[in-house]
Design a binder for this molecule. Structure first.
Ligand code: ZN
Length: 248
């Protein structure tokens, strides 16, 4: 990847989950100024939003360079997204596969809306690099996570504000195990530990039970994906320091 300007800033779409936290670490490694944005749209797993502050301080504590680079956090409320979505993410319903072959956790066009809001904010902040955790490798079939969708969106945003926008998706072509491995590469066992302890993935917002891979119900599609990726990562990496399940 080439960067237009080593001194450029970036805005990371930061939900407080495993993927966006790994992306935030990636951005802190690659940009000299990094801001974060989170979206409140009435999601059932809103608990993820409260993880964000702890994760930001955790990341700042891992490296003095990252601490210097980490800029302000922004939270945008998009209540309308909850109102127009009839999905298992925004109301009390069982998570299941819909008639269209997509799980009913799919909020139509969610990433497009997030990116449009992020771009508007980035424009005001003088930033043209957006970073997001979209991934088409072992995704749940969400069409707005695909590389083609994201590239098309970058083009649309650039045209819409007459300024080049770049959307970086470091996880696009890697699976969950490789996402854990990327965290290990960026911040070592300490970053892996931070992600296990403080990120939130579970669609149901469960944080009661601590598994090897972190907190969650252990049964919803998001938990299953995270657990599977962890198992593969640990198997491939071996049980090195910090990845031991019995870590306090
Ligand atoms: Zn879960």
């Amino acid at each position: 990847m080439t960067f237009r300007d080593k001194n450029a800033g970036a805005l990371v779409l930061f939900s407080g989950g495993q993927d966006s936290t790994t992306c935030l670490a990636w951005a802190l490694e690659n940009f000299v100024h990094v801001e974060t944005v989170g979206f409140d749209y009435g999601q059932r797993h809103r608990v993820e939003l409260s993880c964000r502050t702890a994760l930001r301080s955790g990341l700042a504590g891992l490296s003095s360079r990252w601490r210097e680079r980490l800029g302000p956090d922004h939270t945008l409320s998009i209540e309308a997204l909850g109102a127009i979505s009839d999905t298992a993410l925004t109301r009390e319903a069982a998570i299941a596969l819909g008639d269209d072959g997509l799980p009913n956790t799919f909020v139509p066009g969610r990433n497009l809306l997030f990116l449009a809001f992020a771009a508007a904010l980035a424009y005001r902040r003088g930033v043209v690099d957006l970073v997001g955790g979209m991934c088409e490798t072992d995704f749940s079939g969400y069409p707005d996570c695909r590389h083609d969708t994201i590239m098309s969106m970058a083009r649309t945003l650039s045209l819409g504000v007459d300024r080049p926008f770049f959307i970086h998706t470091p996880l696009m072509f890697i699976d969950k195990a490789a996402t854990w491995a990327l965290a290990q590469e960026l911040g070592g066992a300490a970053l892996v530990r931070l992600i296990v302890e403080d990120t939130h993935t579970c669609y149901l917002g469960e944080r009661g039970q601590r598994h090897d891979w972190g907190y969650g119900c252990g049964a919803c599609p998001a938990c299953e994906l995270r657990a599977r990726g962890w198992e593969k990562f640990v198997t491939e990496a071996g049980t090195e320091a910090g990845m031991s399940p019995d870590k306090g």
